[in-house]
Design a binder for this molecule. Structure first.
Ligand code: SIN
Length: 529
């Protein structure tokens, strides 16, 4: 395998954390690895609600931190919550300066949306449901114009180079067309900002490429992965058989939209005092239960929005119309879908992972902010705060380098991409065994399926990254014998205690759990003969 070297900081991924960090690192030279055209294909660009931030009285960072801790179901790190919520306003002002056209009031304030489990309207937004797309558009323009940033599109990282326990660079492949033979690129620091894992599930709101690649890279290099079992399911993915499933933002429920079943019963009204604005895990389980019982849950926006949905929530309206649903006159069919991976590579307050040389931010990281159930619209906020912290910390560790030549890769030969049937099998196994409701038997079955999928295409790096992340999610879910936040076990339906502990696991530890599940099933098969 050919080896190249660069003095540029290597940023893997091109979502919000990646773009923000690249800009904050200037003038230090950066190479950004973007599998898709810049600004497209990242979950951040698909975020609808916006960014949670206490922008003005009567709100405060303290109130925001309290809501974050309460929603997080006993495992939020309070110091992280305090620090992130305190920084929120500064980053919104910065995004405004960088060109994000946030919705403004007649007096010049920020229009704020209400989302579930927030004690007040606190989510800054753009054109109703365009926050992610517009923030990414503004930052992508800045990144393209920054002389210090080289953007390499159509390329993905397939592995991390580790030398003497330190991350020393990345292995790169062509992303377009599936895969290629890799090339090694050594660099002074690697920032992993490549998104979460929604695509490991058969029903997800995430862009197609977001399927556990980034967390898998960190895990295969030996990094500690924290809270892997906490996968957040969004209650209102639009259920029209599309993959990925379009999102109907929680802000619709903030406006007063209600959840009904096919009998017209408003099932959240009796389920939780906050009804449709209960914490996301509660609403997701209720929507899932209605769907499982064949009662076809829907989100009804007609009474509160009527025709205004077309202009106030254009992305949702367009998704409905393109599926043949007129949201002005019809309720929107919904299902729970994998939406956000709370767990990820464990990081400290600077965004440092457990491996020297590797920083992680955004959904691929686990900072302790989200606990067991992320508060709505805290995801983009965390990406901003930690993208900035990572940049500052990386810059403080490196000699100043004002210029570095651009990296150009040699021609890369083709290699087989992950088999589509294997990927499908993996996604079905995750949804069946490690979905909204879990139990030990289903989790063990999922582990065996993951092992079988991995064995069916040995050495395929993108598939190995996916199976690594899947293994970590399921192994951690099997070991957590309680229900907490987004992790619900029907065989352990209550939390073990009010305050919980975060999980920490290496891939080697998760593989040991998986091997045990595989062996137990082989022994059972032999004894039954
Ligand atoms: C939404 O708009 O409902 C999603 C917000 C989030 O996931 O933070």
């Amino acid at each position: 395998m050919e080896t190249l070297a660069t003095e540029r900081v290597i940023i893997v991924g091109a979502g919000l954390g990646a773009l923000y960090a690249a800009l904050a690192l200037a003038p230090h030279p950066v190479l950004m690895i973007s599998p898709d055209p810049l600004g497209e294909g990242a979950s951040s660009a698909w975020a609808q609600g916006g960014v949670a931030a206490a922008m003005a009285a009567p709100d405060s960072p303290e109130a925001h931190a309290i809501d974050t801790i309460r929603a997080g179901a006993g495992t939020v790190d309070p110091e992280v919550a305090a620090a992130v919520t305190a920084a929120a306003r500064r980053h919104i002002l910065d995004l405004t300066d960088l060109g994000t056209p946030f919705d403004r009031t007649a007096e010049g304030g920020y229009v704020l949306s209400r989302e579930a489990a927030h004690s007040m309207a606190r989510v800054v937004r753009v054109k109703g449901d365009q926050a992610g797309a517009e923030i990414m558009r503004a930052l992508a323009l800045q990144v393209r114009a920054a002389p210090s940033i080289q953007v390499m599109e159509g390329v993905m990282a397939s592995g991390l180079l580790v030398r003497d326990g330190r991350v020393a660079g990345v292995e790169l492949m062509l992303a377009a067309g599936g895969a290629s033979e890799p090339v090694r690129l050594e660099g002074p620091a690697v920032l992993l900002a490549g998104g979460g894992s929604g695509g490991l599930y058969a029903v997800t709101t995430n862009p197609p490429r977001i399927c556990g690649q980034a967390i898998g890279l960190a895990a295969r290099a030996g990094a500690v992965i924290a809270d892997a079992e906490f996968v957040q399911f969004h209650p209102t993915a639009i259920d029209v058989g599309h993959d990925p499933a379009p999102l109907a933002t929680e802000a619709l429920r903030g406006e007063g939209a209600v959840l009904l079943n096919h009998a017209g019963i408003r099932f959240m009204a009796g389920a939780h005092p906050d009804a449709e604005l209960a914490p996301r895990d509660v609403v997701a389980r209720a929507v899932f239960a209605e769907g499982q019982a064949g009662r076809r849950p829907v989100l009804d926006t007609r009474a509160v929005l009527g025709g205004a949905i077309l202009s106030s929530f254009p992305a949702v309206a367009q998704a409905c119309l393109s599926a043949g649903i007129d949201p002005v006159t019809q309720p929107i069919p919904v299902a729970a879908a994998a939406h956000y991976h709370i767990g990820g590579a464990e990081t400290d307050r600077h965004g440092r992972s457990s491996l020297p040389g590797l920083w992680v931010c955004g959904e691929a990281s686990s900072t302790g902010l989200h606990g067991a159930n992320r508060l709505a619209s805290n995801g983009l906020l965390e990406a901003l705060v930690y993208g900035c912290s990572c940049a500052a910390d990386i810059a403080s560790c490196l000699p100043s380098a004002a210029q570095a030549p651009e990296v150009s890769l040699p021609p890369l030969g083709a290699a087989p991409p992950p088999g589509p049937q294997l990927v499908r099998r993996l996604r079905l196994a995750m949804t069946a065994g490690a979905g909204v409701i879990r139990d030990a038997q289903g989790l063990r079955r999922a582990l065996r399926e993951i092992a079988a999928v991995e064995a069916a295409q040995p050495g395929c790096r993108p598939l190995l990254n996916m199976t690594a992340t899947a293994t970590l999610i399921v192994a951690a879910a099997l070991l957590r014998e309680e229900s907490r936040g987004a992790h619900f076990r029907s065989d352990f339906p209550r939390p073990a205690a009010e305050i919980g502990t975060r999980s920490r696991m290496t891939l080697a530890e998760a593989l040991a759990v998986r091997d045990e599940a595989v062996q137990a099933s082989s022994i059972a098969a032999i004894t039954q003969r």
